[in-house]
Design a protein around this ligand. Sequence first.
Ligand code: NDP
Length: 291
Amino acid sequence: MTSDNSVQVSVLGLGAMGSALADALVKAGYATTVWNRSPGKADGLVARGAAAAGTADEAVRAGRVVIACLLDHASVHEVLDPLAQELTGRTLINVTTTTPEQSRELAAWAADAGIAYLDGGIMAVPSMIGQPGSSILYSGSAEVFHQYKPLLDLWGTSTYFGEDAGLASLYDLALLAGMYVMFAGFVHGAAMVAPAGVTASEFASRAAPWLSAMTGGFQGFAEVIDGGDYTVEGQQSLEFSDLGDIVTASSDQGISTEVIAMVQNLIQRQIDAGHGAEGFARIIESIKTPA
Ligand code: NDP
């Protein structure tokens, strides 16, 4: 394990996130070289002690560990493909958001070129980097993860999921799926009350504690799903969970029913299949089997 900050690190990509990651490295005393496609973004980091590279090639040559924090999978290939030879024998940690298949593809590309590869999924916004609550998920090379854990821990809590490079991304995107559907649910509620003269801010002050309290139900749903028995006593049944009133009230308010109808459809498919008396967690069967 590299427990000191003597390793030379290069950061490719100085967008909002790449800058925050590089800043944490510089603050911790790592010799950090930074590169960005468009000029001007390195100035603040250079003032704080980073070295600016004029090209990605120069940055890669300067680093034992190369961090890629670019826009997407295509931009990672665009930048790194011409540099495969320079990267050989070095370590690449890619924290750019990609799909699991894209992460696996990049891991295979790296393996072919003799590059040690770790994939990361950042569960934080830039202002959270290095602060409590920041969490970064990793998969790929266990050796890289353990060797550079002190460096990774500068950014947030580091969790390793295994050698399959796609796993961190899979968790990342699954968690984001939950977040976006929750956000859509909140915004739907705000749209419902808006015609009654209720501001979104007022609604948010009620929705936040309500939704936080409801997350207490996740574990119960999870136990039913993992047990595979949706008839276990004490569950709210699918028939009881009928969302017809919410759909109707949404229509009556003159707003779209898309968000709530999506959940109602998942429930209805299970009721139609004869499982109405079973628990709400059974909607996972609708999700697992596309209509
Ligand atoms: P930004 O849009 O702020 O920055 C994007 C970066 O990618 C810039 O440095 C940009 O360079 C570079 N870039 C884009 N296309 C290319 C290309 N073809 N070749 C070279 N460089 C390119 O994004 P963020 O920094 O916020 O995000 C970076 C990654 O981090 C993304 O994958 C994102 O999903 C992930 N992430 C971001 C979070 C956030 O809250 N911001 C949260 C979690 C993950 P240029 O300046 O020249 O345009």
